[in-house]
Structures are given as structure tokens and as C-alpha cells.
Design a protein around this ligand. Sequence first.
Ligand code: DHB
Ligand code: MG
Length: 231
Amino acid sequence: MDRADHAAEQNTWNDVDDYVTGLLHSPDIGLERAIAISDQYGLPSIQVSATLGKLLNLLAQISRAHRILEIGTLGGYSTIWLARALPQDGRLITIELEPRNARVARSAIDTAGLADRVDLRIGAAVDVLPEIESESVAPFDMVFIDADKENGAAYLEWAVKLSRTGSLIVIDNVVRAGAITEENSDDPKVIGSRAALDCLGAHPEIDSTVIQTVGAKGYDGFAIAVVERLP
Ligand code: DHB
Ligand code: MG
């Protein structure tokens, strides 16, 4: 496909995302402000699209999630989508490596009126996840993995460890415009995402698939998995 074809396809995907968002999504000033704050502070514009944020929200609703773990907060946009699905007494823990991103996210989450529901932890997830485990809190009903792709397999193992039978795990960016099929890729993000998918496939306790997505963020996809712990 040449550049012009690709641009035309991307325009179509943007138009459909805009149409669906206008038709089916209620306006949410908290989400709009989250994007504005992220842009203002120069965070990379790699947050989930509105339609994929809404998909995360719907998945959280369908699984009646009370406790959600997010690995990779960035500016808090997906955090807000997920936390909006929580009941009043629900809780979301989100982990962000970069203190600057975390400050932006804190402001966006507070502006969205979700301060009481979201516990934002700053640090490397590989350090914060063992701390969460040591707190012996109840397992998570849903985990969204959207941090550095290089550690994807490790994050998946942690997600399983902190889950229960029936927990839902979603991993972002596992298609990468098709690059995921490149066995000999030297892109660390592809290598990391392939390792996470290998881990999903090899895991006796996990049932999963990948849904390929197009839209405002181009061509990518979510891995969607359920933990089926054997008795
Ligand atoms: C990248 C990371 C993401 O989480 C994403 O959704 C898109 C791109 C990246 O690191 O390039
Ligand atoms: Mg992502």
C-alpha cells in the first residue's frame, strides 16, 4: 500500500471513530480535560482512542469490576475510562514510571472527580507490583497492561499472580500495524509484545485471543484474556 492509500484509509478510520463517538458516547468533560492537560504538558499523544477507551470501560462494566489494576498510566486518559466503570466503592490502582506523567495524570484524574477511586503509584512497575502483592489486598477483577512493551511478559505474569479465577486481562498494542508477526524483528517493542503473547499462549491457566483494531490510533490491537485457574 502506498502512502496516499494509507492516508486515505487513516482518514476513513478517523471519520468512523468521530461518527461513532458523536453518536454513541456521552460528552465527558473529565476525559476532554485529560487530553487537554496531556497536550498542554507535552505528553506523547499515544493514549487509547476514545472508542478503545470506551471498549475498556464496557469490558470493566461487563466483568462487574470492583478492583482494577492498570500498568502504565501516562496522562490518565485510559485510567479515567476504566475508573468511570467502577461502582462507588470500587478502586483502581494505576502505576506510572515517570513522575512528570504522574503529575499530569493526578491532575486529570482529580479534575474528572475520581480522586477517591484512583490510587496512583509512582515507580517502575517491576518494583511497585511486589509492593502491591505484599499489601495482601483482594485480587483484581481486571488488569490493563499498557506500559513499556519490553517488560510485557513480566507484567502478564504479575497480572496473573494478582488475579482470581475469572479475572480479565487486557494488553494494549499487540498488533503494531502487523509487525507482531515478524519473527525476526529487532524492534524491542515487537520482541516484548511477542514475548507477552507467547506467555499467554503457553499459560495453562489463561484463555485468550487478540482483537485487531483500526481507528484514530491507526492499526493495532488488544490481547484479551481470562484467567481460568484450575481448582
Ligand atoms: C506506544 C505505546 C503505547 O502504549 C501505545 O498505545 C502506542 C505506542 C509506543 O511506545 O510507541
Ligand atoms: Mg498503549
